[in-house]
Design a protein around this ligand. Structure first.
Ligand code: MN
Length: 129
């Protein structure tokens, strides 16, 4: 699978407060042909999701101001975002974490450290349906 060059590459909203992760994920996803929007906390993620209607959202869970779980729950109350794929990304990796993310409305879950290959596979899988 390769993303075809296009006037409208799929847009991914990356909600992440760690600058090193922002740099790594953004550079990688852009190299794979995606457009990337960055939010630094859950509040920004909700606002950007509403304004820009991304094709997919990568949501860090531990963020300042509003955490990822609260952001996911708020996004799911917005009718035009009800079916946008959301992949939760968490450093916690505790028992029950996955279930909490899915219960909040995430479609999938990745625990840090996230391999870029696994990230891409997960993004692609959720953009196909
Ligand atoms: Mn974080």
């Amino acid at each position: 699978f390769a993303t075809a060059p296009s006037q409208h590459p799929p847009c991914i909203l990356l909600a992440e407060d760690n600058q090193a992760n922002v740099n790594t994920f953004t550079e990688y996803l852009k190299a794979k042909g995606y457009a990337v929007l960055v939010a630094r906390n859950g509040r920004e993620a909700v606002d950007l999701a509403i304004q820009k209607q991304p094709n997919l959202i990568l949501m860090d869970i531990q963020m300042p101001t509003m955490n990822g779980l609260d952001a996911i729950q708020e996004i799911r109350t917005v009718s035009h975002l009800a079916h946008t794929p959301i992949i939760a990304v968490t450093a916690l990796a505790m028992r029950g974490d996955r279930e909490r993310c899915l219960a909040a409305g995430a479609n999938d879950y990745l625990s840090k450290p996230v391999s870029l290959k696994k990230l891409l596979e997960t993004v692609q899988a959720h953009l196909l349906h």
